[in-house]
Design a protein around this ligand. Structure first.
Ligand code: PMP
Length: 401
């Protein structure tokens, strides 16, 4: 008897599958435009100097050991991560009404947040943007939530469908959870303006909806940690009770360390204590407690002002390389007289650009040009560098023509 014989081969993950296909390709000019991690101008992974320094200090510290962390994680990490997100002097922090739990990067934080909501709040629905990072839909579904979409992307303008979004949110049932990308929206690279955030906040407040912020790119989008946290701070400082999933994968380059946090901003201190205790139960039943090493790295960096400063300088340089590649790609497209308006390449922000290429054009990019990207037209700007930008532009021209 073949006990597991009935099990079918799973379809490849659209994002991780692209990485595999890239690896297998032996063509000399191949380009990885699917990569969801920072690459240098030499197309190499990058370790922050601040991270290396923190690891040196961790190894040299005789007081550290490899004991289990508590279910909520490393306390020093939790409070430093919270302050980085919400800002120094945040009233909600001073009033001890933010429940924070260290999580297994952004994905783990979303999974714990989703389970916490299902068990303790049972919202009528969770609304995610259309489109969104694919895992959002499956994470909330897996936790038993009903997932719906709100319009976000308007192909005609290659911008936000703000009317569609506000209309859908206005008709959402009371208590529905609204998932919002804090900055560098994935996959579109298009964020609401401050005026649009005002409109979104008004609907959320009036309709008594629960905002859930996904913060995967703080500091990575603009190079400025304060600026990229604008919308979370605005909501929290104006009294919002909400959830935030925070990842350190991109902004500290700690992808494989799986370090992040879930913050639940509550009405008062007692509620926050109750909330934290329930979130800890979720963690206990899923994986008991989070990993230590990444939490130590992040807290060593954030606890030392000089190290924090050096990290910020590196972060700025990284985001600037990405912004520079947007400018260069647009220049090349214009030089080649590629039909259409491509200015969205430079107006979009963050790691990704939603090119507007059709799935057929994307297939041409992959099959003829060895430029690996998602079939929805998303390219990672971090896969582009001074050596391949002209080649990528030629590939786009050939695919569009
Ligand atoms: N949210 C968004 C919008 C993302 O783009 C990502 C990473 N691609 C994540 C969450 C989670 O990333 P991680 O689990 O590596 O922190």
């Amino acid at each position: 008897l073949n006990v597991f014989g009935h099990i079918k081969l799973a379809p490849p993950d659209p994002i991780l599958g692209t990485a595999e296909a890239f690896k297998k390709d032996t063509h000399a000019d191949k380009v990885n435009l699917g990569v969801g991690a920072y690459r240098t101008d030499e197309a190499k992974p990058y370790i922050f100097k601040a991270v290396k320094e923190a690891e040196k200090r961790i190894l040299a510290d005789p007081t550290l050991n490899k004991e289990y962390l508590p279910m909520r994680g490393l306390d020093s990490f939790n409070s430093l991560a919270r302050e980085l997100l919400l800002g120094k002097g945040c009233a909600a922090i001073a009033e001890n009404r933010v429940a924070t739990i260290q999580c297994i990067s952004g994905t783990g934080s979303l999974r714990v947040g989703a389970e916490f909501l299902k068990v303790n709040v049972n919202p009528p629905a969770v609304y995610v943007s259309s489109p969104t990072w694919g895992n959002h839909l499956t994470i909330f579904k897996k936790a038993g939530c009903i997932v719906r979409e709100y319009p976000y992307w308007k192909p005609e303008t290659r911008g936000i469908d703000i009317e569609g979004m506000l209309n859908t949110l206005s008709s959402a049932p009371i208590g529905a959870v609204i998932l919002l990308h804090v900055c560098a929206h994935n996959p579109t690279g298009v964020d609401p303006t401050p005026q649009q955030w005002d409109q979104i906040q008004n609907v959320i407040t009036q309709k008594r909806l629960i905002p859930y912020f996904d913060s995967a790119y703080q500091g990575f989008a603009s190079g400025d940690l304060e600026r990229d946290a604008y919308v979370v701070r605005k909501f929290v400082n104006e009294g919002s009770q909400c959830l935030v999933s925070q990842s350190f994968a991109k902004n500290m380059g700690l992808y494989g360390e799986r370090i992040g946090a879930l913050h639940i901003i509550c009405r008062n201190k007692v509620t926050a204590e109750h909330v934290l205790s329930q979130a800890e139960i979720v963690v206990r039943q899923m994986y008991s407690n989070p990993p230590l090493h990444g939490a130590l790295i992040a807290s060593v960096i954030l606890a030392d002002p000089a190290l924090t400063q050096s990290w910020k300088v590196e972060l700025k340089a990284i985001s600037e390389r990405i912004i520079q590649m947007r400018v260069r790609l647009l220049e090349e497209l214009i030089k080649l007289k590629v039909p259409g308006d491509w200015t969205h390449i430079t107006s979009q922000i963050g790691m990704f650009s939603y090119t507007g290429l059709t799935s057929q054009q994307c297939e041409n990019m992959i099959n003829k040009w060895h430029c690996y990207m998602l079939k929805n037209g998303r390219i990672s700007m971090s896969g582009i560098n001074t050596k391949n930008v002209a080649y990528v532009a030629r590939a786009i021209k050939h695919s569009v023509d």
